[in-house]
Design a protein around this ligand. Sequence first.
Ligand code: NAD
Length: 494
Amino acid sequence: MARIPHVINGEKIDAAESYGPVFNPATGEQQHEVALASTERTNEAIAAAKAALPMWRKTSLTKRADVFFTLRQLLKQRTPELSAIVTSEHGKVLSDAAGEIARGLENVEFAAGLMHLLKGERAEQVSTGVDVHSVKQPVGVVGAITPFNFPVMVPLWMVASAIACGNTVVLKPSERDPSASVFIADLFREAGLPDGVLNVVHGDKTAVDAILDSPDVKAVSFVGSTPIARSIYQRASENGKRVQALGGAKNHMMVLPDADINMAADAAVSAAYGSAGERCMAVSVVVAVGGVADRLVPAIEERIAKLVIGDGTDPASEMGPLITAEARERVASYVAGAEAEGGTVVVDGREQQFTENGYFIGVSLIDNVKPESKVYQDEIFGPVLAIVRVDTYEEGMELINSHQYGNGTAIFTRDGGVARQFEFEVEAGMVGVNVPIPVPVGSFSFGGWKNSLFGDSHIYGPESVHFYTRSKVVTSRWPDPATSKVDLGFPGNE
Ligand code: NAD
């Protein structure tokens, strides 16, 4: 059985005190084991990153940019291979895996523009003979801790900008699908990134705590579930680090009676069930306003009947398995409890039979969901779509704004005025207008509000440059050449 190694200072290290299993979710079989880092091993990676920092800081912006231009090509060329790795450990269908690589490429492209991103500002003559300019300098060693659901895209959200800004990185990917990070580190190396600039350690809480507690780590980027995000934020900030910790979500999609029903139904199905609902931008709740549910629910049901669920390597599959057997049980338990909470189970994903031994479950659609129910309140992180019926736009808005999460949201309508009002008053970090999963393009930043983000900086894009750099402001005055001449030793300069 292959052992997935750490990558420390360019070296692959698979010796460890303990190992974790890596399953193929489509078959339920263990396919690899992954080395789990001890505190000492994690500290070795941090030390490698710290040692590489002075060299990488001094590396010219042109040379840094070259790495990203080459990496972009390599990622494009190797997309089929990397997609296969993602599908085998995560379970998502190959087209979804290729899709996340394409989205991650946007972050690499953004990083390649570092020449423009790292410009400071200058003001001349702020006082007589005095000028001021600012520069952006790297923060130092960055800890990057990522979830299982996007094993390529989320690491690239962090490492591309952090490295472009002159930092060095210790990446701790999810131990459930760790191979993609090793592959990415290999591509960075092939693209010319010097050893030690990007290190990968696998592990669990032990490795994460070592990153959070090390005085040599200056900034921490985290993406994962809300309880862990909150604890990461507390511990890292208590230790004096800057930290951004993105958490969970419960994304609402409001559908008004004037919406295009086919458009809304297509969007609801792809956004709720794509990647088996294991997306932080998945739509989990449709807020159906003023009787629109009577048309929308049958349209969604009709589409669900055609959805092909199967092994992600089968080109016919549109949705793969969940990540673990526990995740499947958890999702099933929400559907099991839905009716007792007052919901109407229109489609019960537990009833679908699968021949494979993997962690498959069918998709569920639950109508008449009550706002006080667990199905509504909790992040289920699986293929379950709740429909909440409300009479008015105002009632729907009140519902969305009262929820503990504020990651993404969307409105489906033909009325531009209402869409504008929605954008103005909804409490969420990312908003779609007739767009179900409004993940911002790489030239903007990604982040939620409320319990979906701890810290103040969103991830990737312009806010990442702010997060991964410290600004320094220089105030300077020079002797006036008219009154203070210096003999430089050549004619005309006396
Ligand atoms: P998770 O919180 O279980 O794990 C995330 C990372 O934290 C992993 O690297 C894991 O090893 C580590 N970790 C787990 N338990 C820990 C602990 N007790 N102490 C320290 N570290 C710990 O999340 P997950 O199940 O891998 O991913 C799914 C979650 O991530 C969902 O809640 C989803 O909404 C969220 N997510 C959010 C975004 C976003 O942008 N807001 C994006 C993707 C995923």
